[in-house]
Design a protein around this ligand. Sequence first.
Ligand SMILES: Cc1ncc(COP(=O)(O)O)c(C=O)c1O
Length: 367
Amino acid sequence: MHATTIEKGNSTDLIDTPCLLVDLDIVDKNLESLFQKFRNRKVNVRPHLKTVKSPEFAKLLLQAGAIGVCTAKVSEAEVMAAAGIEDILITTEIIGAAKLGRLTKLISKHPEIKVVVDSQIGIAAMQQSASEANVNLKVLIELNVGQNRAGTEPGEPALKLANEIAKQPNLHLLGIQGYEGHLQLLTDEAERKRLCTEAMERLMSTVALLRENGHTTEVITSGGTGTAEYCADAGVNEVQPGSFVFMDGAYRRAIGERYGHALTVVATVISKPADNRCVIDAGFKSLSTDSGNAELKVQSDISYRPAGDEHGILESASGTIPLNIGDRVELIPSHIDTTVNLHDYYYCHRGGKLEHVWKLSARGKVQ
Ligand SMILES: Cc1ncc(COP(=O)(O)O)c(C=O)c1O
C-alpha cells in the first residue's frame, strides 16, 4: 500500500496527491492555546473527535490534558475504545435496536462510555436494552439551548426526563449537555459571546432546577471551537471543541486566527489549458463544499473551484497563473470535518519531513 512505502524523515513532497498534510508543530500550538485557556479556568476539556476521527490524534489530545473525548456516533466510539480510549461521551441520541445492541455490547467492556438522551422513548429503549445486556448506562440529558436540533426543552421538560431516568434501574443520570452549534460561526464576536451566555443561562437554570429536585448533574457540558470560553465563563464544567485541532476556512473567517491552519490538502497540477487556468487532481471527492470552496494556503488572486469528482480548477483573476504541470499546491479546506472524512490517511510532518502516516480509522463511521 502506498501509505506504507513513505518513510519517516522523507520529504512531504514525495507523498502522492491528493493527500491530507498535517503540520504537527501547528497542532501542538493549537492544543497549547486551547488547553491553557481551560487550565486557567479550571474547566475540563473533552474534545470532540468528529473532526479528527483518529485514535492517534485522540491520544495526543489526552496527553495534552483532555479528561476524555466525545464521539458523535457509536461506531466512532467502537474505534476509539478498541484503541484503548475508555472515557467517551457519545453526543448524539442512540435510537434503534441495532445501535442500542452495539452500544450495550461496547459498554459491557468499556463501562466509562456515556450517552445522551432527550426523550421518554429514548429512555425506555435504553433501559430495556441495558437490562437485557445486564449493563448500567451513564446518561446525560441533552438540552436544546437554542440550536433547535436535538435536545429536550429547558426547565420542566428536562426535569420530567430526569425524574424518568431516576426510576430506571440500569440508568444513572450523570449530567446535562447543551450544545450551541448555531453560534459557532457567528462572525461578530460580541454577539457570539452574548448569545452564548444567554444559551448557557438556559442550561444553568435547568441544572439548578434539577439539583433543587434532588438530581445530580455532575457533568455540565457544551461548547465548540467558537464558543467554549464563553461556556466555561457561564458555569459549565466541561467543554467539547473539535475543529480547533486543525482549523478550517469557515472558522478562520468567523473567529480569526486564534488557532492556526494545521491541515491542508495537497494537490498536483495535472493540466494547464490556459495561461490563467490550471487543473488540479482534487475535486468534490477530496475537498468538501458544504461550507464553500477551499482556498489556496498561499494568499494570491488565484481561486479554487471543484470541476467534478476528481478535478479542480485554479484560476487567476489577474492573468497568468505562476504554476506549471506537475507543481503541487496546498489548499485549506472550508470545512474540516467533512473534508477529513473523505481521506484514508493523515501525513503528519514537522518542517516538511514526514513523522507519521496515521490511518483515519473512524473515517466513514456514521452509524
Ligand atoms: C455536540 C457537539 N459538540 C461539540 C462539537 C464541536 O464543535 P467544533 O468542531 O465546532 O469545535 C460539535 C460539532 O458539530 C457537536 O456537534
